[in-house]
Design a protein around this ligand. Sequence first.
Ligand SMILES: [Zn+2]
Ligand SMILES: [Zn+2]
Length: 102
Amino acid sequence: MPDSPWPVPPPFMWSCPVCSGLLVGVIRAAQDGGCVDQQDRLCRHIVGAHPDDVPAPHTSGCAICPVYAGRDDGDPGGAWAQHRARGLFMVAPSSWWDDSAP
Ligand SMILES: [Zn+2]
Ligand SMILES: [Zn+2]
């Protein structure tokens, strides 16, 4: 299985029973054809329960982070933080990245 879409999650996710439980749900759902609801639940949990572990904004190549960074209202719904949290347990889909970037 080269090119697994699943990076090794960081240690804080393994030590948290909620994270590891939701992660199993994400992987199972993906094997059944993919279900973003499970991913969204895990993202929301990470942002809510582990705010210090949410990655910093992507600085290069991400088409999404600059859009949020340019907003006047910051990140009201937590969608930006959830976008960054998703990268902890998933390889970023190509749609995140601007293909024109080097
Ligand atoms: Zn957790
Ligand atoms: Zn980003």
